[in-house]
Design a protein around this ligand. Sequence first.
Ligand SMILES: Nc1nc2c(ncn2[C@@H]2O[C@H](COP(=O)(O)OP(=O)(O)OP(=O)(O)O)[C@@H](O)[C@H]2O)c(=O)[nH]1
Ligand SMILES: [Mg+2]
Length: 391
Amino acid sequence: MSISIGLAGKPNSGKSTFFNAATLANVEMANHPFTTIDAHHGVTHVRVNCPCKSLGKQCNQCQDGARFVPVEIIDIAGLVPDAHKGRGLGNAFLDNLGQANAIIHVIDASGGTDIEGNPVGIGEHDPVDDIEFLEHEITMWMAGILERNWDRLSRRIKAENLKLERVISDQLQGAGVNEHQARVVLLKMKMPDDPTKWTDEEMVALSDALRIESKPLIIAANKMDIAPPELVERLMSADRVVVPTSAAAEYALRMAAKSDVIEYLPGDKEFRIKAELSDAQKAGLDKIRMLLDEKGSTNIQECINTAVLELLDQIVVYPVEDENKYTDKKDRMLPDAFLLQRGSTPHDLAYMVHTDIGDGFLHAVNAKTKMRMGEKHELEDSDVVKIISTK
Ligand SMILES: Nc1nc2c(ncn2[C@@H]2O[C@H](COP(=O)(O)OP(=O)(O)OP(=O)(O)O)[C@@H](O)[C@H]2O)c(=O)[nH]1
Ligand SMILES: [Mg+2]
C-alpha cells in the first residue's frame, strides 16, 4: 500500500468520525477537543468499477462490480492556531502529516466549532476562516524546518556548489518533500540566486509552494447534515476542491451494514433495510435516507476517491498471469489491483509486482485487446495486464 492520506483539521471537526466511518475501526469520538491524541493509522479503500463486468464475467474480488482498493488513512490530532509553535498538542502531530501523500482537510461546515475547536452554536463560527488557518500552520511548520541551520546550509550550497533541490528535500524529508517536488517548485518560484540572502518572507513563500506541491489538499465540508446551506455554499465557492460530507451518517450506515441491519456499500446512493428495526433505529435510518435523497450520498467515499484518483492522479491496473482467463496461477480472476501514478508504464507495474519481475521485464500484453505493450507504453485506468518477464 503506497498511498497514504491524512485527515487534518481543527479539533472537533469530525476527523475521527470520518476515520472510523472510512475504516470502521473503533477510535474514541466525542464532542470535545483533543479526543484523539495519537495519530491513528488505518486502512480505507478507493471504490472503482471492477473490470470483470465489462469482460462479461464475475470475479470473486468485487461486490457486484464495486471493487475496493486499499489505501492508508491517518487520523491526525486536532490542530489549533500556532500549532507550529507548539500550541495545543503542537508539533508532534504536524510530523504525522509528513507521511501523507494528500490531505483531507475536515472542516465543521455547520459553524458549530470555534477556531480553537470548542463547540459553539450552529453558525456562530465562519468555517471559511478554517481553510487558510490549516494551510498556514502547515506552511509555517515546513518553513520552521527549512530554516533550521539554513545559515550554515546555504553557505555550503554556495561554497560547495550543492544541488539546491537536494538540500531542500533532505531538509524536508520528514515533511515528505522529495527532490522532484523541490525542483518543480524552485523552477516555478524563481528564488534569488544567492540562498544565503533569502529573507524570512522568501523562505515562507518557498515553503508555501512546497506545501502545495507535496501535499495536495481536498476539503471535506463535514457535518453537512446539520450545516446551514449558506455556510456549505460559502465553503464550496472557495478556490479549493471541496466535497460536502457527513461522516456521522456514513458511520451509522457502515455500522448498520456491519451488523447486517441494512445492505449498503460505501459510496452507495441508497441502502436497503433487511432486518426488524427498533423505533429508534428506524427513526435514525429515516433521517439518513432523507439526507441521501437530498444530497445523493454521504460523500465520504467520494472524498476519498477524489483525493486518490484526482488529486494524486492515480489509476487502477490489474496484473494477471493468464491473459485469456484474466487469472493468476491459482485460477483466481483479477486477483490484484494496483494503484499507479497516471503515466506509469508496464515496466513500472512489473516493479510494483516484484523487483525480480521488474528486472527481468521483456514486454506486456493488454489482456483486454491482446495487444502487445512496449516498455514505454502508458497504462490506462482499468487495464488488465499480463507481464512477460525472464524471472
Ligand atoms: N451532525 C454531525 N456531527 C458529526 C459529524 N461528524 C462528526 N460529528 C460529531 O462531531 C464531534 C467531534 O467528532 P470527532 O470525530 O471526535 O472530531 P475530531 O476532529 O476527531 O476531534 P479531535 O480528535 O478532538 O481533534 C462528535 O460529537 C461527532 O459525533 C457529522 O457529519 N455530522
Ligand atoms: Mg479525533
